[in-house]
Design a protein around this ligand. Structure first.
Ligand code: FMN
Length: 535
């Protein structure tokens, strides 16, 4: 297929819209002959209205410039893609010139239109039947809705009503902000899909719905857009770049993630000597420049490092682990950073389906072991049978949850300990063996890519991608090793105490120590990442 792209953005290849157009072309696949005409680099003068192309020199324009080439390309293309930004609710001047200069391609005679558009038309001078048209455009307001009436009205006349496809996207300037490439990249992926579907029967409804989703909610976008000019709303004067950047960051705050705690995030750009505060509350965010609030979390960072993190050139936790910046105060903000400042509700559909994924349930795994220890201590024989029954029922108990490898290993180990109780008739031995197996399970997991506790709590920290977070993994590794070590020591201790006749003491130790360890875990989860973050 011969594809002709007419790029009507004065910015040429730096055009936001062309990012969409390139994605669409990628979706169309290889094997086509594609030509992109950068209209702003061609000489296309305005039509003189002399009608010479209809009368004196039929089909030939008297202006000798690059339009002859465009007309020829238009005639031979199978698919014409008009790619342009919305300018004053119309097409940019260079594209309008190009459209006006198409007069030589039509005949002068008056005709009725079959599609009922307008009050007349001119038939094509050449065979233009079977040609396909796609309009791709971005605009600056928060939504494309209602802005393209004039443009679409014009293309109804040029291409024929319902005879062309459109991809129209608001918030177009966001495509040139690397910090937001996560969201814009997802949109471009939908455009790519639209390209592939266009050739095989048409763009599907689901893809159309994704293309009409906002990149960001209206208020978030407008706040970001207003802040991006780097000009004070009050004085109209230029503001420091770091302040405008901080305002844009604050605009991204997702108030739906508010957890009942008001926060003040203090951004200290160490090399610039500038500090700004962002108040984060239930109702939204606000940037404070006079430092009048008491910070709950303070980030001390060189300006460039923070910009690199925001643009995704370096990971936030990786930079933290390398001590490129430090964090003081409440660390929970950092742990939930993606919730607070990540992609908003207008996120791509794929992320929404992720949230419906089954999640594992640590309580079910722990319940297996508790059943063994409690049931067998009450009655060795019946307790062991009950334990085996619970292990067998585990897939049913977890029907709404993901089963981790630790669930499956626990079920086998617990059932094994229960069989030991049945075989020996010794409930204490089975319990002690259980302590040892439980300890070893934790301990060995500490040396794997996904320590035991990480397998269950990673969903609170972004799912699988939490495992790429060195701070998350090291926190869980230490905790897994601590729990493992504790139970490995608890097994012989309980055994010795029981054989020394200290059954009551053994019971107290076996219950009190894990309780204390639980309290330690809660404290350590908060303390350790914050300790590393303080450098
Ligand atoms: C002169 C001018 C006029 C514009 N008019 C509109 C407009 O009427 N409506 C709108 O939503 N955006 C308008 N915009 C914003 C652009 O459409 C928007 O920035 C677009 O993403 C630029 O795309 P490009 O990078 O492909 O040129 C205008 C921009 C300029 C420079």
């Amino acid at each position: 297929m011969n594809i002709l792209v007419l790029n009507g953005s004065p910015k040429g290849e730096r055009s936001n819209t062309m990012q969409l157009t390139h994605a669409f072309l990628e979706g169309l696949g290889s094997g086509h002959s594609t030509q992109i005409l950068e209209l702003q680099t061609l000489t296309i003068k305005g039509c003189r209205g002399c009608f010479a192309c209809w009368k004196a020199t039929p089909g030939q324009c008297v202006i000798k410039d690059d339009m002859a080439l465009v007309l020829e390309k238009l005639r031979s293309a199978d698919l014409v893609i008009f790619s342009f930004p919305l300018y004053y609710f119309g097409v940019p001047g260079v594209m309008k010139h190009m459209i006006d200069r198409q007069l030589p391609n039509v005949l002068p005679f008056m005709e009725e239109r079959s599609d009922g558009v307008g009050s007349g038309s001119h038939r094509a001078r050449y065979d233009m039947s079977g040609k396909k048209y796609v309009i791709i455009s971005t605009c600056g307001f928060w939504s494309a809705k209602g802005n393209y009436d004039a443009v679409l009205g014009m293309f109804d006349h040029i291409c024929g009503k319902d005879n062309y496809e459109t991809i129209l996207c608001g918030q177009g300037e966001l495509f040139s902000v690397p910090e937001l490439s996560g969201r814009t990249g997802a949109y471009l992926e939908s455009v790519r899909r639209a390209g592939a579907e266009y050739l095989s029967g048409g763009i599907r409804e689901q893809t159309r719905a994704q293309l009409s989703e906002l990149l960001y909610p209206k208020e978030v976008f407008e706040e970001m857009a207003d802040a991006s000019w780097g000009v004070s709303r009050e004085s109209g004067e230029c503001e420091p770049e770091s302040l405008s950047f901080t305002r844009q960051m604050a605009a991204l705050y997702n108030k739906d993630s508010y957890d009942g705690k008001d926060r003040v995030l203090e951004m200290c750009y160490t090399d610039l000597g500038q500090t700004y505060q962002i108040r984060l509350t239930r109702s939204g965010s606000e940037v404070i420049t006079d430092g009048s609030l008491r910070a709950t979390t303070r980030i001390e960072t060189p300006w460039q490092v923070w910009k690199d993190i925001a643009a995704g050139r370096i990971g936030g936790t990786e930079a933290l682990a390398k001590h490129l910046y430090t964090v003081k105060g409440d660390f929970s903000l950092m742990i939930r950073w993606d919730d607070f400042f990540g992609t908003h509700k207008a996120a791509p559909v794929t992320e929404r389906t992720d949230s419906r994924l089954k999640k594992p349930l640590m309580a079910a795994m722990i319940a297996l072991w508790m059943t063994l220890w409690i049931a067998v201590s009450i009655d060795t024989f019946i307790g062991a049978l009950v334990t085996i029954g619970v292990c067998a029922a585990l897939p049913l108990l977890l029907i709404r949850h993901e089963q981790t490898v630790y669930d499956k290993l626990s079920a086998s180990l617990v059932a094994g300990a229960a069989l030991l109780a049945l075989g020996t008739g010794d409930g204490s031995l089975a319990s002690d063996a259980g302590y040892l197996a439980f300890g070893l399970l934790w301990l060995v997991s500490a040396f794997t890519r996904e320590p035991l506790c990480a397998a269950y709590v990673k969903y609170k920290y972004g799912g699988q991608k939490a495992l790429d977070n060195p701070l998350f993994v090291s926190t869980n590794r230490i905790l897994a090793a601590a729990w493992g070590g504790l139970y490995v020591l608890l097994a012989p201790a309980a055994f010795l105490m029981q054989h020394a006749g200290l059954t009551a003491a053994s019971l107290i130790v076996c219950n009190a120590v894990p309780l204390l360890m639980g309290l330690f875990t809660v404290w350590f989860e908060g303390w350790y990442p914050a300790h590393v973050a303080q450098g």
